[in-house]
Design a protein around this ligand. Structure first.
Ligand code: 5AD
Ligand code: SF4
Ligand code: FES
Length: 331
């Protein structure tokens, strides 16, 4: 099956209210990815960020954040525990924090490789040579959402940043052989359905290996605090539409979806998603990593999350994968 949708088709699908889209996306997920759900252990290792994204609670200008950085050893210990819990992938996520030099990141990757984990980096825009170094040492994947492909909106959301550089980073990562994850926020102020349709077409054009769609959730300590947070349904539609167009990629059921709707991740798993990223961050740091308000699991422990999510997956008759879950894995 190869579904080809143009911009107008996508806009029509996104404006429709019927649930047929979700049923189709679920069917395609089952056909191409099976019933396995891949778990990725998420370690939020620094909440320090030099960027000032208008939507994000960790933005530089938010002085109300209690900032932290994990030591290299803490990150490595967390990876070891993740492997012991049965995770096959670890995601190292943080703000754009220059404390973590290329050498520091490289040495962490080298140690973590010993645990036979796939490594995903989510540490923002870095020079080509750094991406190359991380790949050579053993990083497997990289997450870098484009956030929006609407250049005007991008500029408003990231006053100092360059859209071109972000694009370059994504193409650099692709050319270096990473599995590349990207994605967008859904529901940003002034974001149109046409702009979301363009985002979806961009994921296809990049040939992203993973696409994460997050509903925008306004944070009280940001300039967008008064924006609407009624973005769950549209985000789910965008996610399901991505599944129609990109049947064999990995699609996470994002935590932001669950923040806006009880069981949001399970609903997403039944509407095209096949990946979940449970939180492996130590409980004491969780509430400090407040990208958006109402984040799930902030009082829970890594052990609670892994057990919780496994039982939720089994409760809908899906299986927890024991492979690393690369896009082209056969299971
Ligand atoms: N609501 C939802 N998602 C957000 N992110 C940042 N701020 C918010 C928010 N207010 C997302 C961005 C980023 C990811 C790590 O978190 O898309 O890529
Ligand atoms: Fe920093 Fe990422 Fe938040 Fe932007 S979205 S301010 S890059 S942590
Ligand atoms: Fe964290 Fe359910 S996934 S408690």
């Amino acid at each position: 099956m190869n579904i080809n949708l143009n911009k107008n088709d996508i806009i029509e699908i996104l404006s429709d209210k019927s649930t047929k889209l979700f049923e189709s996306a679920d069917k395609i997920r089952k056909e191409f990815k099976g019933d396995y759900v891949h778990l990725r252990a998420l370690v939020e290792f620094t909440n320090i960020c030099k960027c000032n994204c208008l939507y994000c609670g960790l933005r530089r200008d938010n002085k109300k954040v209690d900032r932290y950085r994990l030591k290299e050893k803490q990150i490595i210990d967390c990876a070891k525990l993740s492997a012991q819990y049965g995770y096959k992938t670890i995601v190292l996520q943080g703000g754009e924090d220059e404390y973590y030099s290329a050498d520091k990141i490289a040495s962490v990757i080298k140690e973590i490789k010993k645990f036979n984990l796939a490594i995903t980096l989510s540490i923002g825009e870095r020079p080509y040579d750094e991406y190359k170094l991380f790949k050579t040492i053993g990083a497997d994947r990289y997450l870098l959402r484009i956030e929006t492909t609407d250049k005007e909106l991008y500029k408003k959301m990231h006053p100092m940043a360059s859209f071109e550089n972000r694009l370059n980073c994504l193409y650099n990562l692709k050319s270096l052989g990473y599995e590349v994850g990207t994605g967008c926020l859904v529901g940003l102020p002034e974001q149109s359905l046409e702009s979301l349709a363009n985002d979806i077409l961009f994921f296809k054009e990049l040939d992203a290996d993973m696409v994460g769609i997050g509903p925008f959730i306004p944070h009280p300590n940001t300039p967008l605090k008064n924006a609407s947070s009624d973005n769950f349904d549209l985000a789910l539609r965008v996610m399901a539409t991505v599944r129609l167009l990109m049947p064999d990629i990995n699609i996470p059921a994002t935590s932001a979806m669950e923040t806006l709707k009880p069981n949001g991740r399970i609903i997403a798993l039944q509407s095209g998603a096949n990946v979940i990223m449970p939180n492996m961050t130590d409980t004491i740091y969780r509430k400090k990593y407040e990208i958006y308000p109402g984040k799930i699991c902030i009082n829970d422990s890594p052990n609670m999350c892994v057990n919780c999510i496994k039982s939720k997956i089994e409760s809908i008759n899906r299986k927890v994968s024991v492979s690393k879950g690369f896009r082209y894995d056969k299971e």
